[in-house]
Design a protein around this ligand. Structure first.
Ligand SMILES: [Zn+2]
Ligand SMILES: [Zn+2]
Length: 408
């Protein structure tokens, strides 16, 4: 489990607790569900033990997720779970360690008193060093990195000044001497306008019905008008949807992002281009080969090796799934990986699909994708005791890895 955040229900004010990976705040008292949204990062504070002091907060980057990277010939990944100081300030701990686990975090809100130091380091630099991907002269250069995060937020540590000493506002212990007192920190302060989460109503924008979703869902479903919605720029935005109907009765519908795209830098436009450039050992008909290239990414969290494997299998198979748009009597698995992260993973999926890596890997820095269409496709899986088996292709998802991904 990740960190816990304490928050009042935006409707009735009841004290609620949520996990840092939650996207939906659900209140058992007034039965209202809200979608959480923030323009950039979610920002939290650790509760202080210094009630009468004027607080100054130090920023820490919080990341929990997977860093995928490609060097000359290898594609690999690391699971990263960190909090790292986001400002250059000596004698302040570089990590929050276990503190956020032992305490309950709160959202930074406009009414919170205190000043905030600016998050001034680059998040990608922090993550690169946390994943130990620095490419020293002895190592192979990193040609591409993708950060697929479950959580990326900023946690603030409360501090205060007494005399010319900076104190930790939780332990009330001195941390560092500031020769000129507060003046030393003035240039490092951030503008805090507009910080704080927004709570967006989870009623269907099209028909007004209550949308369906679990606490970690990033797409909500309207089972009344059969539509799917995600948050985009602070409002609910409709997602292209296709549901491939299963034959069996005990079917679980598992979501994938189908991304129709051409690839600049290695010239992939159609499926036959993809087969040629990545050296797939297969012969395809002209009709199949001339179709637009579709990349598939799981739309849910999964152990990284299984994630890559599934994406590769469905991408190489390039099946023309035809779907309908009705949820009637179907059991849907939650979408927990947003569209934007599937797009982030495209280079990794392309690299992971290549049989001949020489055509792809050296070109990774200059490759980019032009996306033509993005659709949420639910595929029918038969539920076995250990595996879920996709009805049309026989592709399996191992049940424990699915459950592990949810808790990752
Ligand atoms: Zn409530
Ligand atoms: Zn609706």
């Amino acid at each position: 489990m990740g960190f816990t955040i304490e928050h009042g229900c935006p409707q009735c004010g009841a004290a609620l607790e949520m996990d840092e990976s939650d996207h939906i705040l659900s209140c058992p008292y007034c039965d209202v569900k809200s979608f959480l949204y923030s323009q950039d990062y979610f920002r939290y504070v650790l509760p202080d033990n210094a009630p009468k002091k004027e607080l100054i907060y130090a920023p820490y980057l919080r990341f929990k997720g997977v860093v995928y990277f490609c060097s000359n010939t290898t594609l690999d990944y690391r699971i990263v779970d960190i909090t790292r100081l986001g400002i250059e300030l000596k004698s302040i701990p570089t990590s929050l360690g276990l503190r956020p686990q032992a305490m309950k975090l709160r959202f930074v809100k406009p009414e919170l008193n205190g000043s905030f130091l600016k998050f001034s380091l680059k998040a990608t630099d922090i993550l690169t060093s946390a994943a130990k991907l620095s490419s020293g002269p002895s190592e192979q250069p990193i040609l591409h990195r993708a950060f697929i995060g479950e959580t990326m937020s900023i946690i603030y540590l409360p501090m205060y000044i007494e005399g010319n000493m900076l104190f930790d506002g939780i332990l009330n212990r001195p941390m560092v001497k500031l020769p000129r007192g507060r003046e030393d920190l003035e240039p490092l302060l951030a503008k805090t306008s507009g910080w704080g989460p927004r709570f967006i109503s989870t009623l269907c924008p099209q028909c007004g019905w209550k949308l369906d979703g679990e606490r970690d869902s990033v797409v909500l479903l309207c089972k009344n008008c059969h539509t799917a919605w995600e948050i985009k720029e602070g409002r609910l935005d409709r997602v292209n949807l296709s549901i491939v109907k299963g034959r069996d009765a005990r079917i679980l519908y598992i979501p994938f992002w189908r991304i129709s795209a051409s690839v600049k830098g290695v010239d992939i436009d159609s499926f036959s281009d993809f087969v040629r450039v990545t050296n797939q050992p297969m012969i395809i008909s002209n009709e199949r080969g001339s179709k637009d290239m579709n990349f598939f990414s799981p739309a849910f969290k999964l152990r990284p090796n299984f994630f890559l494997n599934l994406a590769r299998q469905f991408t190489i198979l390039q099946r023309d799934f035809t779907g309908e748009e009705t949820f009637e009597e179907k059991e849907m698995y939650a979408v927990t990986l947003p569209k934007s992260e599937a797009v982030q993973a495209l280079k990794i999926i392309l690299a992971g699909s290549a049989v001949n890596v020489k055509n792809i890997f050296p070109n990774l820095p200059k490759i980019n994708f032009v996306i033509k269409e993005l659709t949420l496709v639910y595929l029918p899986f038969e539920q076995g005791p250990n595996d879920m088996i996709q009805e049309d292709t026989g592709i399996c998802i191992n049940r424990p890895s699915l459950e592990f991904g949810r808790r990752m």
